[in-house]
Design a protein around this ligand. Sequence first.
Ligand SMILES: Cc1cc2nc3c(=O)[nH]c(=O)nc-3n(C[C@H](O)[C@H](O)[C@H](O)COP(=O)(O)OP(=O)(O)OC[C@H]3O[C@@H](n4cnc5c(N)ncnc54)[C@H](O)[C@@H]3O)c2cc1C
Length: 370
Amino acid sequence: MTRPTTIILVGAGHAHLFVASRVASLVSLAAHVVLIEPDEFWYSGLASGMLGGMYEPAEDRLDPRTLIEAHGGEFLRERVESVDTDGRRVRLADGTELAYDLLSINVGSQVPASFSETTDDPDVWRVKPISNLWKLRERLEAKFEAGQTPRVTVVGGGSTGVELAANLLALAASHRITMPVTLVTSTDRLVPQAPPRASRTLHQRLSRRGLTIRTHTRIVRREGQTLIAQDGSRIEAETVVLATGLEAHALVYRTGLPLRCRDGLRVTAKLHSIADTRVFATGDCAALEGHNLPKLGVFGMRQSAYLHANLLSSIAGRPMMEYKPQKQYLAILNLGDGTALATWGPFWWNGRVSMWLKDRIDRRFLDTYR
Ligand SMILES: Cc1cc2nc3c(=O)[nH]c(=O)nc-3n(C[C@H](O)[C@H](O)[C@H](O)COP(=O)(O)OP(=O)(O)OC[C@H]3O[C@@H](n4cnc5c(N)ncnc54)[C@H](O)[C@@H]3O)c2cc1C
């Protein structure tokens, strides 16, 4: 009798949810599939709305254990600490080592350390992991109930920073509080990848709702409750939200496999490491050769069917499929007031229809796996 192929899936990211929901196909080829994840799956599509009070945390997360076990796989609620690709073993936080034949890494991303003083500061909130945003909402609501009005500064003017700033205004408004929220960005406009007119519209609408926006401002350090910019200007901020971009999760630096700077594990179009065909990586922790993909869930989702097919092909000894990323993608920013800004390349639309569409797409994604 042949030994089953052990496939270890590290992290319940978007692509691994897909594989978990189709694990039966791998099991039918005599594979033993184990998903290792220390948390639940928190969906970033609803994350800003959860911060703003539009969604409750239970709506924004799902349990990967139920998903994979229902389809014949195994689940371990643990954190992978390192990977030994020579010995084909992963080491867990509790010291246990597990052997694999095929490994797939889908551990997402983290917010880079922007100014060193912030690492352990309880008033500085990184936007990843997503569960941080629920803790932040709880903290702010406790302050509102205690009669306090915190001053919040969001650092970062990309899609995430803008969505979060807009939803912080919404959260305060739902408590009938006018909370001073400032958004600081080193760029010359909000969401630089959006069409310029869309950025201007965002700027006007958010300013009208009370958001203070400071462009061309790079924060270099925090002193007490003050943020100091490179030009010496000072911004009072007792609560800071760090939305300064995403880099590959630190685990990929502990694999010994080739990396592209802080962008992730270098993978071919077949989604395996350029140096090891037994190690796959997808989503934010992977750097696809020849492309510079933004760290967005949509790419992890698109990769998921290729990952699943290529795991099957690896076992069956068949040729693998090659993933080619789409050039354009739909991005919809929830602005917390019932409207959203949708962009598709040079086209954009701001209004309630965009928000309706975003809600529908996001809920449908989660419902697929519930
Ligand atoms: C506020 C916010 C809003 C966003 N909105 C959108 C949006 O609307 N649309 C969009 O496309 N993108 C959005 N993004 C980007 C999106 O979050 C990421 O691109 C996406 O989550 C990456 O998915 P992934 O599959 O790579 O990993 P993730 O979905 O992040 O999953 C990684 C999983 O790995 C687990 N993990 C981490 N370390 C370990 C370990 N050592 N061992 C085992 N498991 C581990 C984590 O717990 C997590 O469950 C948003 C990001 C933020 C911060």
